[in-house]
Design a protein around this ligand. Structure first.
Ligand SMILES: [Zn+2]
Length: 463
């Protein structure tokens, strides 16, 4: 290919795409594009070792409907695939990219000119992304009399770029496919652990973890679980072209623990915030997490009569000490505002946080305080505020954690934690609608499952 012809072709296609650029930048950009283009031709996408092959595939696409292109050079749609109809009959060829393939090799095997490749690559930002083709991605060529009418660059199962010819230019459309979501249902009875019992009825591990975290505010899954506890849930599974591509969220769940029933429904409010609620609209979360650190053991409990380990005098310990390795992250136990972050004599590096309802939490002996945590900083529950250490009067690495209500020290292990805010009144109607549907589905499908397992028995099933 003559460089001259490329440049002149280049000029004609670039004029429109680049008309928004200031003139003095144009030359630079044109130069860069030429360099990128030359690199594309020369460099393989991967070390050129594997041998190349192509898989021709004819797709039924002899569409003769009118061309519905609009005139903008680049536009995106987010929808399920909407094939851009081509005004002339074409035949399709699909190439799966192999390790070592270069774009120019692939194009020349299709008998497509370097000019065509160049027009595509320089068509837009998306066009330049053709430079980063990867093995296993695919290119689908719609050809008509040796001319490329459309190129589909399938980057992932869910995302592709469609380049459609319009005169000498290619217009690009980003096509995002939405997987189909189906509702699955599973019900099970605990015989050993939640994990094993859920596994036996086919609940994916990721969702078992999620189930435990949804009810984790009310049920301690390490200590409270008993044989014959049961669970029942509806969850999402995602499908593309009839094939499962992964799991979504738990939509509704019921857990019976030692005879007590807990229910949860997933709800996204009008502001887009998603949480799990009881059927009455109460958040299942508490406004405080019980333990702000993953600890190895409680090295000192709440004890108003304790002898201090260093001073050997009668010194009450109105806190819980959580032993944990130096550097373990310390999380804010609730939403709040930092009241103090710095050094204090016996506490070492310490953070005081103020929360609603006159609650203050204190985190002492930190190795260091997290960057950005200072007086006045707003902090969310679970946010890391520092790291376990031994600063101040400490005999080993631990977090000294205090929970004060109206200035009075309360036992962090025992204090009744306030619930997170319930849904506001304005959300109740839509919440009730969704909840009714979800809980009905949950009950109906549980009954189905139970009936099915009964009739599958050897014993005569009575219905
Ligand atoms: Zn302590």
């Amino acid at each position: 290919m003559a460089l001259g012809s490329m440049i002149s072709h280049h000029g004609s296609t670039m004029r429109q795409t680049l008309k928004a650029f200031p003139k003095r930048h144009l030359l630079l950009v044109v130069g860069l594009v030429v360099v990128v283009f030359l690199l594309l031709i020369v460099l393989p996408s991967e070390p050129a070792s594997a041998k190349r092959s192509e898989t021709p595939l004819t797709i039924d696409a002899l569409a003769t409907l009118p061309n519905t292109l609009n005139n903008s050079l680049t536009h995106s749609i987010v929808s399920d695939i909407q094939d851009k109809t081509l005004s002339i009959p074409v035949h399709w060829k699909k190439i799966t990219i192999k390790s070592g393939d270069t774009l120019s090799d692939i194009f020349s095997r299709q008998n497509l000119s370097a000019n065509t490749l160049h027009a595509l690559v320089s068509s837009s930002q998306e066009g330049r992304s053709l430079a980063s083709i990867l093995p296993e991605q695919s290119l689908e060529f719609a050809l008509s009399e040796g001319e490329l009418q459309q190129l589909r660059y399938v980057r992932t199962r869910l995302e592709s770029l469609h380049f459609t010819r319009n005169g000498n230019l290619y217009e690009v459309e980003k096509v995002i496919r939405k997987p189909e979501t189906r509702h699955n249902h599973v019900t099970g009875i605990i015989t050993d652990s939640l994990f094993l019992s859920a596994n036996r009825v086919g609940l994916p591990d990721k969702l078992t973890m999620e189930l435990a975290s949804i009810f984790g505010w009310d049920i301690d899954f390490a200590l409270d679980i008993r044989a014959n506890d049961s669970f029942n849930l509806t969850y999402e599974e995602k499908f593309l072209d009839g094939q499962s591509i992964g799991y979504g969220n738990i939509l509704a769940a019921k857990f019976i623990n030692r005879g007590e029933t807990f229910q949860a429904v997933r709800y996204t409010d009008t502001e887009g915030h998603t949480d799990y609620y009881s059927p009455e609209g109460e958040s299942l979360r508490k406004s405080f997490i019980r333990t702000p650190v993953d600890f190895t053991r409680i090295s000192s409990g709440f004890n108003p009569d304790r002898k201090h380990p260093i001073f050997k005098t009668n010194r009450p310990h109105r806190a819980v000490d959580y032993a944990a390795p130096t550097g373990t992250p310390i999380k804010a136990s609730g939403d709040g505002v930092i009241h103090f972050a710095g050094k204090q004599h016996g506490y070492g590096n310490v953070v005081y946080m103020n929360h609603p309802n006159n609650i203050t939490t204190v985190y002492a002996h930190m190795r260091n305080i997290q960057t950005g945590i200072r007086k006045g900083t707003k902090v969310k529950q679970g946010q890391i505020i520092g790291y376990v250490g031994t600063t101040g009067y400490a005999t080993g690495p631990h977090l000294h954690y205090e929970f004060r209500v109206n200035g009075v020290h309360r036992n962090p292990l025992k204090v009744k934690l306030p619930d997170a805010k319930p849904l506001p009144q304005s959300e109740i109607a839509p919440f009730n609608r969704i909840t009714r549907v979800m809980l009905t589905e949950l009950e109906t499908r549980q009954n189905h499952t139970l009936l099915a397992s009964k009739s599958g028995d050897d014993s005569d099933a009575t219905r």
